[in-house]
Design a protein around this ligand. Structure first.
Ligand code: PGA
Ligand code: MG
Length: 223
């Protein structure tokens, strides 16, 4: 079914790689945590390829990449959270077209929810400091439910909270995690071309549409 024919009532919008370019924050917080623990630094490219499945996954992968012993898992997670909360948003930027895109979706009558794999305690202050929080009725972090994307549960829960059927609730994301979760939940999905998709082209996730900016979505709905 085309996006136009879906008669959308709401959109669920991803955060990292879709609305905000946060790689600089991940890189800074991991760098500071790793320095505290005397670990070898992790390269930015590795972080870009690994972001998307939540912070716990990112930290575990970065520890494995530098051959850190298992005993450092918990201290690394604690140091990382400490530093991330302190620098949150400082090395991040809202992508061009995001504010206009969110405004246009709302003007088209869609209700908006933010759903991210990022912990809620990181996501809420980031949205607020970037002035994006006012667009969303609800914000769900990666720790809000028993599973994260690519599991469909968070999308189904978001639809339930909105009271909108998945078929009329658009997922807007940047990665195969968003696309797989949307497919399994029964939501249509649009991916942006500029985010973090584990080094793969977003076309391989077979979304309903690919856009270069968030403000290119509303025109697709109008036909
Ligand atoms: O924190 C992550 O790993 C990704 O977060 P996202 O779901 O907002 O892309
Ligand atoms: Mg993302």
């Amino acid at each position: 079914m085309s996006l136009q024919a879906a008669n959308l009532a709401a959109a669920i919008v991803d955060l990292d790689g879709t609305m905000v370019d946060t790689v600089g924050d991940f890189e800074a917080a991991i760098g500071l945590a790793w320095a505290d623990l005397g670990l070898h630094p992790v390269g930015r490219d590795f972080i870009v390829r690994t972001v998307g499945k939540g912070s716990e996954h990112l930290i575990a992968q970065c520890l494995a990449a530098v051959g850190a012993p298992a005993a450092l898992q918990q201290p690394a997670w604690e140091r990382y959270q400490h530093h991330y909360l302190a620098i949150n948003g400082r090395h991040s930027a809202v992508y061009p077209g995001v504010v206009e895109g969110l405004q246009a979706l709302r003007a088209a009558g869609l209700r908006l929810v933010c759903l991210t794999n990022k912990p809620g305690a990181f996501a809420r202050p980031l949205l607020a400091s970037k002035g994006l929080d006012g667009h969303f009725e609800l914000v769900f972090g990666g720790d809000a439910f028993a599973h994260k994307k690519p599991h469909p549960l968070p999308l189904l829960k978001a639809c339930e909270a909105l009271g909108t059927p998945p078929s009329r609730t658009l997922m807007v994301g940047d990665s195969s995690n968003d696309a797989a979760a949307a497919r399994a939940a029964g939501c249509p999905v649009v991916l942006v071309s500029y985010g973090y998709n584990h080094g793969e082209p977003v076309a391989s996730a077979q979304p309903d549409a690919i856009v270069a900016r968030l403000d290119a979505i509303a025109p697709l709905l109008a036909g």
